[in-house]
Design a protein around this ligand. Structure first.
Ligand code: MGD
Ligand code: MGD
Ligand code: SF4
Ligand code: MO
Length: 760
């Protein structure tokens, strides 16, 4: 490539990054990422008028509907396929989440599909020694051998130590759930206590179970108050798009965050709060809004209960009191409270890891305040507010494939992570923050065999301790698409197809203003010797002698029966022009909520009945800066990377190839640190080395590291050795400490520790 072209490309990449940052783009950005028109436009000189062009014949383009598997928004997409190869992805126009566009991460899936480092066939380990840096000595095996090895190992553990000695690390999935019940182990562990259950618990108690809180009608809001909600910076397609619509519509946006994020830089106001103190800010807002009767009287009277008790409970929480804790002056707190209450519709958006997430010991109380504040201004399930997603009602797996009574043994209650001790959480999700002690200390019992799906080692806080725990297993199998770090610890590896090689149905949930389903068709045949997840579970179950639980079960029938219940069918959806089933109707907010009273319970009776605070009383965060560890630690993630799965994607690595430790310019100057200096960041459980990145917009008492880097798998040729793993610094949370927090939603405390920083 010529120097000139390189220059132009690198310029356009920066411009692209800016565009992504500024608008979480889409169309043009996508074609740039996929190396199409944009590259010509920027890189090839105009040959002049006298050149005769000869065009090759137009290729025949087949289109297939799919939805993005990169993040939970699952944006609908259309794959363009030429000669059996996916050449381009587009956002699906009829999908209310995608609305014709994808985010940068979504477009990059073509590169992932064709990544030569992907897992290509089943493998088994030949080196019994395990650990980072140890060569597993993988050899290729057949599917039959892989399934048999796993089936025999699981049966051995169950026969010798009981069903609870088998542990499954995975999100819930219909085939997997049935398999788990047939084994009879209570130990399925998902990551949710380190992602969003702090919000689930107060939401379920106050508003009711069964509806997720992630559909936000941002576009119709006139006032958006973010406590660390940062989805535009993450390029979250739907939430970013709706935020920009709101700004265009003249909404006022205020961002409260210790760092100046992209969301903050686009807002009208940025308030750099002290980490872990948002609760005080929120409580003072409630104090002002209820004392001065600024709430939406109609909504509060008709759709909520508990206002009197709430009022009584917040009397001590004045703006002056909150000012001392938050380091935000009382006038600002009071002004924001009044603006929020008087500019309707006003909305506090939430999505997982913001101040209402599992970052600090009081995160669930912030989440509780968010539910209360949105209710006080009449923005819960109302236009311009937080919407209870509208989903279609379809039969479940058991209704379509009825099980026999005697298939499922009684399960022991006690779990290896202590998760059953949280009465308000759905059992069967599990806790990444607490499990390691249980396994290492065999408390309450030994765990001998494990199955992992779609998780990576770097997702586990206190990663070194997670490795120690996993080394205790006699056997572990990993289902993956990449030779990840967890794969390097596996005894047997099950390769799965990329989602673009699979089919299924996607129920709209992150932007579900009305019920809608999006079709997923395999865009191309499987490239490697992979097997879909349902097939892997069925195969292991058969090898364990449990084949009967999946007799007559098929993915095709499952999809078809669910659609038939809605008056459609698989064939009809495949033949449709837009790949969606929709029940589009004008938005109508709930008149009744799924609580005992049928109203939103501002004073949470359900929490009280289960031994938790019924109101979000003040509680500080767990750890404060000390002489030894003087910095608050913040985590974030860049817009073009998805956790730990995107660092082997060439396109994203060209944009952002390693993480840094962000430190304020002021503090860096004081410490004699320059941009690019190698720094050691150390917590009470570990240390990492990263380059310094000096930033203007951050409190001087904080440092921030982006999650997702620090890969050491030698089989990830682009990702290996780039940056460092924030998880090496994050303390795990012993179950007793977790229970002492009295958090109904568990709480992984992902940011609630402090660090020291020194030059390497
Ligand atoms: N690009 C991209 N997007 C993603 C993901 C991804 O990997 N990449 N992952 C998805 C998933 S699963 C999740 S959970 C979300 C996570 O995405 P977010 O929920 O945005 O999580 P973070 O970036 O970790 O933290 C959010 C913000 O909280 C701020 N913060 C930290 N402590 C405090 C505090 O005490 N008070 C306030 N007010 N703010 C604080 C941080 O500075 C940060 O800006 O992103 C989702 N979207
Ligand atoms: N240190 C630290 N740890 C964290 C976080 C953090 O901020 N810092 N964030 C936490 C949060 S909010 C979340 S949501 C979790 C997410 O944790 P994970 O779900 O583990 O997220 P990823 O790191 O993206 O890893 C997903 C893995 O699944 C693989 N994969 C992708 N598609 C498929 C597929 O179709 N089948 C199979 N079998 N595998 C597939 C990818 O290759 C990748 O290795 O991480 C948590 N852990
Ligand atoms: S927001 Fe981006 S990564 Fe998430 S599903 Fe949509 S396109 Fe995929
Ligand atoms: Mo998450």
């Amino acid at each position: 490539m010529s120097e000139e072209k390189k220059k132009k490309l690198s310029f356009s990449r920066r411009a692209f990054l800016k565009a992504t940052a500024a608008s979480a783009l889409a169309g043009a950005a996508g074609s740039f990422l996929l190396g199409c028109d944009q590259e010509d436009e920027n890189g090839v000189a105009d040959p002049g008028d006298d050149v005769e062009y000869t065009f090759p014949p137009e290729p025949e383009v087949a289109t297939k509907f799919n939805w993005c598997g990169t993040c939970g928004a699952n944006c609908g997409m259309v794959a363009h396929v030429v000669d059996g190869k996916v050449v381009r992805l587009k956002g699906s126009p009829a999908d209310q989440v995608a609305q014709g566009k994808l985010c940068v991460k979504g477009y990059g899936n073509v590169k992932q599909l064709y990544d030569p480092d992907r897992l290509k066939f089943p493998m088994k380990r030949t080196n019994p020694e395990k650990g980072p840096g140890v060569d597993p000595g993988f050899v290729q095996i057949t599917w039959d051998e892989a399934l048999e090895l796993a089936g025999d190992a699981y049966n051995k553990a169950i026969e010798e130590h009981g069903p609870q000695s088998m542990v499954i690390f995975s999100r819930g999935q219909d085939w997997l759930n049935r398999w788990q019940r047939a084994i009879g182990t209570p130990n399925r562990l998902g990551h949710h206590s380190i992602c969003f259950t702090t919000y689930d618990a107060p939401w379920n108690a106050c508003v009711g179970r069964g509806q997720r809180p992630w559909t936000l009608d941002l576009a119709n809001a006139k006032y958006i108050l973010s406590f660390g909600w940062d989805m535009p910076s993450k390029a979250k397609n739907n939430q970013a798009r709706e935020y920009f619509k709101a700004l265009e519509n003249g909404a006022k946006a205020v961002v409260i965050d210790p760092r100046l994020t992209i969301t903050g830089s686009l807002a009208d106001e940025w308030i750099p709060i002290k980490p872990g103190t948002d609760l005080a800010f929120c409580l003072a807002m409630i104090n002002i809004i209820v004392n001065e009767e600024l709430y939406d009287k109609d909504f509060v009277e008709n759709y909520t209960e508990g206002l009197d008790k709430l009022k009584e409970g917040v009397q001590d929480y004045t703006p002056e009191w909150a000012a001392e804790i938050t380091e935000i002056d009382a006038d600002t707190i009071e002004r924001i409270a009044k603006e929020f209450a008087n500019t309707r519709p006003a909305l506090i958006p939430n999505h997982k890891r913001d101040a209402g997430g599992p970052n600090h010991a009081n995160g669930w109380r912030v989440a509780f305040c968010m539910v209360i504040l949105n209710s006080l201004v009449g923005s819960l399930d109302r236009e311009g507010g937080q919407i209870m997603q509208k989903t279609p009602s379809m039969p479940g797996f058991d209704a379509i494939f009825p099980p026999e009574d005697d298939w499922f043994p009684e399960m022991p209650k006690e779990r290896i992570d202590g998760y059953e001790k949280h009465p308000l959480l759905r059992h069967g999700t599990g806790d990444f923050a607490t499990f390691a002690d249980g396994i290492i200390n065999e408390d309450p019992y030994p765990v001998k065999a494990a199955f992992f799906r779609k998780y990576n080692l770097l997702a586990f806080p206190n990663t070194a301790k997670a490795v120690e725990a996993f080394k205790k297993f006699d056997f572990m199998a990993v289902a993956e698409i990449y030779p990840s770090e967890l794969v390097q610890l596996a005894d047997v590896v099950f390769p799965e197809p990329h989602f673009l090689e699979t089919s299924g149905l996607g129920v709209r949930s992150y932007q579900a203003m009305y019920p809608q389903i999006h079709l997923r068709q395999a865009a191309v045949d499987t490239i490697y010797d992979t097997r879909g997840f349902g097939g892997i579970v069925t195969g292991i179950a058969q090898a364990m002698g449990l084949g009967h639980i999946f007799e007559d079960v098929s993915g095709g029938k499952f999809n078809d029966e669910r659609l038939k219940a809605l008056g459609s069918s698989w064939d009809e959806l495949v033949a449709s022009e837009d790949g969606v089933w929709s029940d589009e109707k004008p938005f109508k907010g709930a008149e009744e909520f799924n609580t005992d009273s049928g109203k939103i319970e501002l004073y949470a009776n359900k929490l009280e009945a289960n031994g938790y605070d019924p109101l979000p009383y003040w509680q500080p965060r767990r750890e404060l800066p000390s002489d030894e560890y003087p910095f608050y630690f913040l985590i974030s993630r860049p817009p073009m990377h998805k956790m730990t799965e995107s660092q082997n994607n060439e396109l994203f690595m060209q944009l952002y190839s390693e993480n840094t430790v962000m430190i304020s310019e002021a503090k860096a100057q004081e410490m004699g640190i320059s941009d690019g200096d190698e720094l050691i960041v150390e917590s009470r459980v570990g240390k990492i080395q990263l380059k310094a990145e000096l930033v203007k917009g951050m409190r001087p008492d904080c440092v921030c590291v982006e999650h997702g880097f620090g890969h050491w798998s030698p089989d990830l040729s682009l990702a290996q050795g780039k940056g460092a793993n924030d998880g090496d610094l994050i303390p795990d949370v012993p179950i007793d400490e977790m229970l002492a927090l009295k958090c109904p939603g568990a709480n992984g405390l992902m940011n609630d520790f402090c660090v020291k920083v020194s030059k390497a």
